[in-house]
Design a protein around this ligand. Structure first.
Ligand SMILES: [Fe+2]
Length: 254
């Protein structure tokens, strides 16, 4: 089962380049075009937060219009740049079903648990006792968990300072017994690791990436991309990274 995983779109108002030079709308549309052209049957598009740069209704409207004719269902998560209330008004059918910090989404095999790690007015995320209770109530059967803020460090100090906080030990223990994979965003860079033994992936942004290294936080315009997960419950979580920009095929002679 293929799941496309975008993150950190940071969509802006029309004609407004992010930081004066990043066309986040164009990057997202290019990623969508790449997704449409893939010779695979994708079951779901997950977008793991920071959909809009500043939580603007206009950015969510653009997102809604861009996704309107995509023949793939979409699951949205809020990130620290999003306004949960405005996002909920922009996608009422997505957010009306949320009763708390967790939403269970059935897939053809197993389920995806969407976990809202965002904290209004804060860059960092949080998992607390009420989140854990909601996760336990929603668990059962093969699961993937998706959240914006990684609950583990990624080796970029400026991002690690604004990662997920809270009851991480208890969360990790719950995850180890309940989930087959953890899908995150926030870092603007592809990262693969394990968290309490569970395969964990961080999706890049289709637009700007966060630079590696211990210096002050910086972004870079190296190629943007997204992830494509093949989840076979009980068997594997296999992940491909795809750059937004496609390139021609050159077939080998038979
Ligand atoms: Fe972001």
């Amino acid at each position: 089962m293929w799941i496309a995983h975008f993150s950190d779109l940071h969509l802006t108002r029309e004609g407004q380049a992010l930081y004066g030079q990043v066309d986040t709308r164009a990057a997202f549309l290019a990623a969508l075009a790449r997704l449409r052209d893939l010779p695979l049957s994708v079951e779901l598009l997950l977008i793991s937060g920071d959909l809009a740069e500043g939580g603007e209704a206009e950015a969510y409207l653009f997102l809604r219009q861009a996704l309107a004719d995509l023949p793939v269902p979409v699951a949205l998560l809020p990130g620290n740049h999003d306004c949960r209330a405005t996002l909920g008004r922009g996608f009422p059918e997505q957010f009306a079903a949320w009763q708390g910090p967790v939403l269970r989404l059935p897939l053809s095999q197993g389920s995806l648990l969407l976990l809202d790690s965002s904290v209004p007015g804060r860059e960092w995320g949080q998992v607390d006792a009420s989140t854990l209770a909601a996760l336990e109530a929603a668990a059962g059967g093969p699961l993937l968990v998706a959240m914006h803020h990684p609950p583990f460090p990624v080796g970029i100090p400026g991002m690690d300072a604004i990662a997920c906080r809270g009851s991480l030990e208890a969360f990790g223990q719950w995850l180890a017994g309940a989930a087959e994979g953890l899908l995150c965003g926030h870092v603007h860079r592809q990262v693969a690791t394990q968290f309490h033994g569970v395969p964990a992936r961080v999706a890049p942004s289709p637009a700007h990436q966060i630079a590696l290294g211990p210096r002050a936080l910086a972004y870079t315009l190296e190629p943007g991309g997204f992830l494509l997960h093949d989840w076979q419950p009980g068997r594997h979580l296999l992940t491909h990274w795809l750059p937004v920009q496609a390139a021609p095929l050159h077939f080998y002679p038979e």
